[in-house]
Design a protein around this ligand. Structure first.
Ligand SMILES: Cc1ncc(C[n+]2csc(CCOP(=O)(O)OP(=O)(O)O)c2C)c(N)n1
Length: 624
């Protein structure tokens, strides 16, 4: 039998289908998503939960004339399949393939390239105002999950939208999950709306009554809305969104296509800020994703029949796991250690910590800025906060880092995971700017471990230092090193010479240390004998060691880092040499290019940008 999906090359084709055909289309889309993601990996559970929503939106609105802004964008696979990317869907998240997120360079149906949470309402509101000032007629819809709604920026945007009073449609896709279960008072509030039986029963009674009236003219609709509003004030505690200036509709079943389509059609008649609240199930339609939405949030390739993950890389180090184990162990010895995560409990390796120390563990929601300033408060109150955060998401908390932590010289430890290339999630998620935005902040100590043992030691050291400390590390490294039971204090600002040679000096940081050592072994066979230094500290830099190694001014220097070149570790070293007046030293900075780096496996990208062992060997040869 021909699939309906095969006949859809754009939303225009979708509109030709009858509403009764749409559930079949939804199940075909789900099948296609499961088939492809089982091979490529990807954000399956969120996208499965938003299939009907994507169909309904494209059925009612006319993209790209109307603008659909997906928050985070990890739930937009159905949107991709409906907007001309069906043929390339097999290449999802692959090098050269289509992105796992909306991408402005990929389709006119994607107004923005996204990947970070809580941006959609601001973006949509900007477009609403632009449309109004340029007299364009398109409608604008923002789709945001209950997780992304915990981000402060979403509230800033709601606040502004309510004040402007212009027509903006916000669809709240509520499934009680972020990556882990949604947290916070807002989540409780939404849950109350969903589960308040009295409120829902009365609404249902009114709907039934209205349905019995043959033709519901606009006047009647307005009356019905007023009636609903009155009831809501009575039964919905706070009527939170209404107080912010939105007309609130819902909650309705987000998997009931006819209902969602009708609701979207009705609300487009209203010229005010509107919030439509849908209830969906994360992972809908694939039993393994429904029962384990956390694993299937960002799934690695899996077997469709059993749901079992295919990929495991026991031979490579796992910094995330080591971090989780280390904070558990240190927290059992020091009850002032507390841990904070902005909605990344599992991804940061903190599931065990959350269980073992529930009173000392804080999932603050998708709220990186708050996470840092909150940690500052905890530190001021005498605790030892450790904030576990991804490099890419820390970007939005720069001022909190400067003003609320470093200027106060507070003892907050930042465990910066996913620092470096993250692979298939691509440019929105690569953590390749953190040395640039942290390396210059006064009072901050910034380190990067070469392996798991060194990560353990750095966390141990960080806990004992008096001021702010940040440690950057990738999810996985190259070498699996057995970790000791013991901890070793690392002398502040002291690099480690791993190999003495008479040739060039290679100074590598973090994930680049082992590749540098391997490169040195290969070079030794060619009579090039580098000294290999594990820098360990980006700030403070081991200036004494550099002075010593470069004293005669004849040895070339190669710096290596998994970070962009501009304002990275190599630049810091270069500045130091300039300050010392060592203008004649030949220096080569091996780093990532100063551009947004595409998606692709980490090893492929490292190879492409000359940061593999071979790339290092070639560059050192060249400089020598
Ligand atoms: C600023 C930022 N912090 C953290 C993340 C990681 N992240 C990706 S999706 C997600 C949860 C989103 O939950 P929700 O919006 O409810 O969507 P759902 O997956 O439940 O459909 C998180 C925390 C992110 N993308 N951006």
């Amino acid at each position: 039998m021909n699939r309906l999906l095969d006949s859809i090359n754009s939303p225009v084709d979708l509109k030709r289908l009858k509403i009764r055909q749409l559930p079949q289309l939804a199940s075909e889309i789900r099948e296609e998503m499961i088939r492809v993601v089982s091979r490529t990996g990807g954000h399956l559970a969120s996208s499965l939960g938003a299939v009907e929503l994507a169909i309904a939106i494209h059925y009612v609105f006319t993209s790209p004339k109307d603008t659909i802004v997906w928050d985070v964008g990890h739930q937009a696979y159905a949107h991709k399949l409906l907007t001309g990317r069906k043929e390339r869907f097999d290449s999802l998240r692959q090098f050269g393939g289509i992105s796992g997120f909306p991408n402005k360079d990929e389709s006119s149906h994607d107004p923005f390239t996204v990947g970070h949470a809580s941006t959609s309402i601001s973006q949509a509101l900007g477009m609403v105002v632009a449309n109004s000032l340029t007299r364009s007629s398109g409608r604008v819809v923002a789709v945001i999950g209950d997780g992304a709604l915990t981000g402060g920026m979403a509230f800033e945007a709601l606040n502004h939208a309510g004040q402007l009073g212009k027509k903006i449609i916000v669809v709240l896709n509520s499934n009680e999950m972020a990556i882990s279960p949604s947290v916070g008072a807002l989540s409780k509030y939404l849950n109350k709306i969903i589960t308040n039986p009295l409120y829902n029963r009365i609404r249902q009674d009114i709907r039934t009554l209205l349905k019995r009236i043959p033709r519901l003219g606009p006047k009647m609709l307005t009356t019905a809305q007023r009636l609903e509003e009155g009831i809501k004030d009575l039964f919905v505690p706070g009527a939170f969104f209404e107080e912010l200036g939105f007309r609130y509709f819902g909650p309705i079943d987000g998997h009931n296509l006819a209902l969602v389509i009708q609701a979207l059609k009705n609300i487009t008649l209203i010229n005010e800020p509107i919030l439509l609240h849908l209830i969906t199930k994360k992972g809908k339609g694939y039993k393994f994703a429904e029962s384990d939405p956390v694993r299937f949030h960002s799934a690695v390739p899996f077997d469709v029949e059993t749901g079992i993950s295919k990929k495991s890389q026991p031979t490579r180090s796992n910094f995330t796991e080591t971090f989780g184990r280390t904070v558990c162990d240190l927290a059992s010895r020091d009850d002032r250690i507390v841990v904070i995560t902005p909605a990344m409990t599992a991804g940061s390796g903190l599931v065990d910590f959350a269980k073992a120390f529930p009173a000392r563990f804080f999932d603050v929601g998708i709220a990186e800025q708050h996470a840092l300033t909150f940690a500052g408060g905890l530190a001021r109150g005498g605790l030892k906060p450790v904030v576990a955060i991804y490099s890419t998401f820390l970007q939005r908390a720069y001022d909190q880092m400067v003003h609320d932590i470093c200027l106060q010289n507070l003892h907050v430890v930042l465990a910066i995971d996913r620092a470096g290339l993250v692979g298939e999630d691509g440019p929105t998620h690569h953590g390749v700017f953190d040395i640039a935005y942290l390396g210059h902040i006064p009072n901050l100590v910034l380190m990067a471990p070469k392996d798991e043992q060194e990560l353990k030691d750095m966390i141990y050291t960080a806990i004992s230092l008096p001021g702010p400390v940040a440690i950057r590390y990738p999810k996985r490294g190259t070498e699996r090193i057995q970790t000791d039971k013991d901890y070793h204090n690392i002398q502040l600002g002291q690099a480690e010479v791993l190999k003495q040679g008479r040739g060039p000096v290679i100074m590598a940081i973090g994930s680049m240390v082992y590749p540098a050592l391997k490169a040195a072994e290969i070079l030794a066979k060619e009579d090039i004998e580098p000294t290999v230094v594990n820098a360990r500290f980006i700030r403070p830099l081991d200036e004494a060691l550099l002075d010593e190694l470069l004293a005669d001014g004849n040895r070339p220097l190669v710096t290596i880092e998994e970070h962009v070149e501009r304002c990275g570790f190599g630049s810091i070293v270069l500045e130091f040499l300039a300050e010392r007046g060592k203008k004649d030293i030949k220096i080569k900075r091996l780093a990532l290019p100063n551009s947004f780096i595409e998606q692709g496996s980490r090893s492929l990208l490292l190879d492409k940008y000359g940061l593999s062992v071979k790339g290092i060997v070639d560059s050192v040869r060249e400089i020598v």
